[in-house]
Ligand binder design. Structure first.
Ligand code: NZQ
Ligand code: ZN
Length: 387
């Protein structure tokens, strides 16, 4: 296990009706708030009214950035930065899923920066200052509610790129599992796949001796496998929603990568190309790509890790590592299919016409991956196998 420093400063306020705590948390930072949200979902389930009334009662001035889209656009970030400057906002409140939280983080980073906010995403500038943000999470998936990452799409250049800083970690996140009752089956499944994928990215690494972290990772995977299917038939199952919600945060708050060098993240880089070119739901893209990536990087040297995954997560009892590994990968693929995710690019209406551009985009800063480094040819092979 390598040396590490683990600091997870986001206060998690978990459970039913915790929205009542919102104003008190915000007032620790200011009383002029930019509330960022997406489309209609928070109007339809009454959350919009509940929050705005609660903030008004507590003398908090609320300015709004509405309409943040899934795969959030640079345009929304720029609009949010302008609003913050115009109204001298001192706190940003994200109400939504990963897209809304990511957009809020990018706004927070951009407000105090004199250049163009996109600079952070093309590695031209480092985030050195940010407004404080908090979130009310409405969709369990990305872990953005408890980490410093943000992923923004720039349709003008067909790019979707990540940026990050500890400064962007939310000060608090309210996790009320009942707020996710209205998430439809497809997005619920995509969220489950995203949570599992974050674990995969940090589990399949060359590091050794991180037994505790790997067992925590396996427990999170088993939780997703237990409760994902429950939600297909029973979307208001509180136990299932609460377990998946907490899994979402723990899967990407740095916990399971402690003592390791870094995650793999190649599959995420490739998926971001799919979302950038086809506006695909992130978790659906991962469901297509992850089993393909697993099969592609599997070899004699790496089989032991896939075999451990197969045995500890799926209960595979095959003794031979390679055979156990293949069985674990097959079970992964079948599970994603069972919860309604596409199994191939074809099923998502994606052909090979943009592969060359996607390969260039994924490898813009060099080869990707850590468990096994992937060059452009590898990325193309993976995309082709996913057809
Ligand atoms: O816009 P509204 O009407 O709110 O509908 C949203 C949206 O259409 C809907 N939704 C959210 N909460 C709901 C709900 N519908 C009904 N009831 C509710 N309670 O869900 C749709 C998708 O929302 P989105 O925020 O896009 O989903 P998700 O949380 O999966 O976020 C995906 C984005 O996060 C990025 C992805 O790449 C993608 O852009 N990621 C961010 C990461 C991070 N910051 O750490 C890591 C991830 O790997 C990922 O890359
Ligand atoms: Zn993800």
């Amino acid at each position: 296990m390598k040396n590490f420093t683990f600091e997870s400063p986001t206060k998690i306020i978990f459970g039913k009706n915790r929205i009542h705590d919102l104003a008190a948390e915000i007032l620790a930072y200011g009383n002029r708030v930019l509330m960022v949200y997406g489309g209609q979902s928070i109007q339809q389930n009454g959350l919009y009214t509940q929050i705005t009334e609660h903030l008004k009662e507590n003398d908090i001035s609320v300015f709004e950035l509405a309409g943040v889209q899934p795969n959030p656009r640079l345009e929304s970030v720029r609009a949010g930065i302008e609003l913050c400057k115009t109204y001298e906002v001192d706190f940003i409140l994200a109400v939504g899923g990963g897209s809304v939280i990511d957009c809020s983080k990018a706004i927070a980073a951009g407000v105090t920066y004199s250049g163009d906010v996109w600079d952070f995403f093309i590695r031209k500038a480092k985030i050195e200052n940010a407004l404080p943000i908090g979130s009310v999470l409405t969709l369990a998936a990305t872990g953005s509610e408890m980490n410093g990452g943000t992923v923004i799409s720039n349709p003008e250049t067909s790019e979707k790129r990540p940026a990050g800083s500890d400064l962007l970690k939310p000060k608090f996140s309210i996790l009320d599992p009942t707020l996710t009752f209205t998430v439809n089956k497809y997005l619920t499944s995509a969220g489950v796949v995203d949570v599992m994928s974050h674990i995969f990215e940090q589990y399949f690494t060359p590091d050794q001796g991180t037994t505790l972290q790997d067992h925590i990772a396996e427990a999170i995977l088993k939780t997703c496998i237990q409760y994902g299917p429950v939600l297909m038939d029973d979307p208001e199952n509180y136990e299932a929603r609460s377990n998946i919600m907490w899994a979402s945060s723990l899967a990407l708050n740095g916990l399971t990568v402690t003592g390791k060098m870094y995650g793999d993240w190649a599959t995420h880089y490739i998926e971001h190309e799919l979302s950038a070119y086809y506006d695909l739901t992130h978790g659906a893209g991962l469901a297509i790509l992850f089993p393909v990536w697993m099969n592609y990087v599997l070899d004699e040297k790496r089989a032991f890790k896939f075999a451990a995954y197969a045995r500890n997560v799926w209960g595979v009892t095959i003794e031979n590592d390679m055979e156990a590994a293949l069985e674990g990968i097959a079970k992964t693929k079948a599970f994603f299919k069972e919860i309604g995710m596409p199994a191939s690019l074809g099923e998502a209406n994606i052909d090979d016409s943009k592969f060359d551009s996607m390969v260039e985009g994924a490898c813009k800063f060099g080869p990707i991956g850590m468990f096994r480094k992937l060059n452009k040819e590898d990325v193309k092979n993976i995309l082709t196998s996913a057809l």
